[in-house]
Design a protein around this ligand. Structure first.
Ligand SMILES: [Zn+2]
Ligand SMILES: [Zn+2]
Length: 177
């Protein structure tokens, strides 16, 4: 058994539209290569860093990705006819192409609905502020039906006072005469 540790740049499109390991960012591979009858059995882990967009608050965030990898690479010509290339890739001479195995391991391990943190509260439905930045954030929400009545009440009160004042002063003047 041979252990190999290597840092490689992430290939393009390693992820989804919402979360991915950006192309060229470092991936650390720690793998063991084991010679078996049909070929070489590769097991190990991949460490990388994904960039995603939170589905609740839309902020961009990064998260560590650690996934297990395992793939059996057949010796050239040794792969059973019933098994296709996706299931058991062939060794290319003494080289093996880890990219398909890497992709198969990493992409399904990424969250389907990424969030910046599990308890992300998302955005304020009133003003769109990001609630995680402002934990005490709230609005004194008035039921829209009551707010309409409040508007009527204050308009009516104002109009009423304007009318009463001139009436009062006219009465005073008449009493003085
Ligand atoms: Zn969030
Ligand atoms: Zn708000």
């Amino acid at each position: 058994m041979v252990a190999v540790s290597r840092e490689v740049p992430a290939p393009a499109d390693l992820g989804t539209d919402l979360i991915a390991l950006p192309e060229g960012t470092p991936l650390r591979l720690d793998v063991q290569l084991e010679s078996v009858m049909e070929g070489v059995y590769v097991t190990g882990t991949v460490h990388g860093r994904a960039t995603g967009q939170c589905g609740r608050c839309l902020v961009e965030f990064e998260q560590d990705v650690v996934v297990d990898l395992q793939e059996l690479y057949a010796y050239p010509g040794k792969r059973p006819d019933s098994v296709d290339d996706d299931e058991m890739p062939e060794l290319e001479g003494d080289r093996l192409d880890l990219e398909p195995a890497l992709r198969d391991a990493v992409v399904p391990a990424l969250p389907f609905q990424p969030v910046c943190r599990d308890d992300c509260q998302g955005l304020c439905s009133e003003c769109g502020a990001r609630l995680a930045d402002d934990p005490g954030h709230h609005h004194d929400v008035v039921d829209p039906r009551w707010s309409a009545l409040q508007g009527l009440a204050s308009d009516g009160g104002g109009a009423h006072e304007d009318r009463r004042e001139p009436t009062g002063s006219r009465t005073d003047a008449q009493e003085e005469n």
